[in-house]
Design a protein around this ligand. Structure first.
Ligand code: SF4
Length: 374
């Protein structure tokens, strides 16, 4: 079912529950995808090949796609030698979240993010929390018709400081992200992207021109893990991180620590050394606790001791802002001033208890706290 704007307002802003209710079982369509209501949109970032084939130039998979076939992510289709996206203006999840949930800890703390996602992903992570929308074709989820100007208007109406492109993988709805971010900017609403960073340089740079912050899920620091657990590669993600950092856009990194797979001290050492060397010690890194999920249901949740070991390694490398995620009540939830060690932002879960940053500086010693604070 596609919702009109009027339907949308009738349902209120909390549409995620509808999306969840409408999620299909694997392979069972729960909703129609009437192409007559949401027009297909010609994709950006592709090239023609002989014989009505096309090559996608959006992400490092660079799929070569025959006529009437789709790329790996399942949302882009070759129709007669032209490449189209099926998910422009068609989010299947819409919700307003605290920005801390993304998590972005150094970007307008205490504000809300109007969050949208479409079907599809260009990876297949065995631990995916949102596999019911990320590993699904657009026809298999309930979608809402929401063009970019409506996204921006609804975000403002929800009093959200930003639009967040999140839950599934915004790379595969890049055109929609771009246009929504432009529309948001015109209304004074920021845009943040929560991404796997698996994207080619040109479309990434295009996005960096209209976004205000990016959080990248760095899945591991080993190619083997990317290949075997995520069906992707590490190197392009590292290149994306360097590009994002070079643009000056606010960047945070999340590392989901999966027991036995990417939790060794050696891997964390390598990761931290690389981040400090290539991105600098001021990029926040969140080491997040894994919970049994999707195809990794057989693994236990991450022991807090392993997360604390990562915290210690990162601080040992001189990282200034290191957090543990999904460990409610841990001392690392709060931000401390790297100059005097006072707590400058005190958090409990997604709640800001206290924000003592004054004009980007520590209230106590005046040290600059990296981030976007107003
Ligand atoms: S965005 Fe999709 S179609 Fe394009 S290269 Fe990546 S996986 Fe293939």
């Amino acid at each position: 079912m596609i919702f009109s704007r009027r339907d949308f307002f009738c349902q209120g802003l909390c549409l995620a529950s509808l999306a969840v209710a409408g999620r299909p079982g694997k392979g069972r369509a729960a909703a129609l995808w009437p192409g007559d209501k949401i027009p297909l949109r010609e994709a950006l970032n592709w090239e023609s090949l002989p014989g009505q084939r096309v090559q996608c130039k959006l992400c490092p998979k660079e799929c070569k796609v025959d006529d009437l076939e789709r790329g790996y992510c399942g949302v882009r289709e070759n129709m007669g030698g032209k490449y189209y996206t099926h998910v422009y203006a068609a989010p299947c999840a819409v919700h307003t979240d605290p920005i801390e949930k993304k998590p972005l800890f150094h970007f307008l703390p205490g504000t809300n993010a109007f969050s949208i996602a479409t079907a599809g992903c260009n990876m297949d992570c065995a631990f995916c929390q949102n596999w019911e929308i990320s590993q699904t074709r657009p026809e298999q989820v309930q979608a809402f018709y929401m063009p970019p100007n409506e996204v921006a208007a609804l975000a403002r109406r929800a009093k959200a400081a930003s639009i967040a492109y999140t839950y599934s993988e915004p790379v595969v709805f890049q055109e929609y992200v771009y246009d929504s971010a432009v529309a948001g900017r015109q209304l004074g609403v920021h845009s943040v992207m929560v991404s796997n960073g698996y994207i080619l340089e040109k479309p990434l740079r295009d996005l960096c021109g209209v976004l205000d912050a990016i959080k990248i899920d760095l899945k591991s620091f080993r190619e083997k893990y990317y290949k075997e657990v995520c069906a992707a590669e590490l190197k392009p993600v590292l290149e994306s991180l360097e590009i994002i950092r070079s643009t000056g856009l606010w960047l945070e990194i999340v590392y989901l620590m999966v027991p036995t797979l990417n939790d060794s001290a050696g891997e964390i050492e390598d990761l931290c050394a690389w981040v400090v060397d290539k991105l600098g010690p001021e990029v926040p890194v969140h080491f997040t606790r894994f919970h049994p999920m999707y195809r990794l249901n057989h693994l236990p949740q991450t022991p807090v001791s392993l997360l604390e070991r990562a915290l210690k390694i990162a601080r040992g490398h001189g990282m200034k802002y290191v957090y543990l995620g999904n460990v409610t009540g841990h001392e690392s939830e709060s931000t401390r001033c790297p100059g005097c060690n006072e707590i400058v932002v005190r958090r409990a879960g997604y709640t800001i208890l206290e924000n003592k940053i004054k004009q980007g500086k520590c209230f106590s010693c005046g040290h600059t706290i990296a981030g976007v604070w107003s």
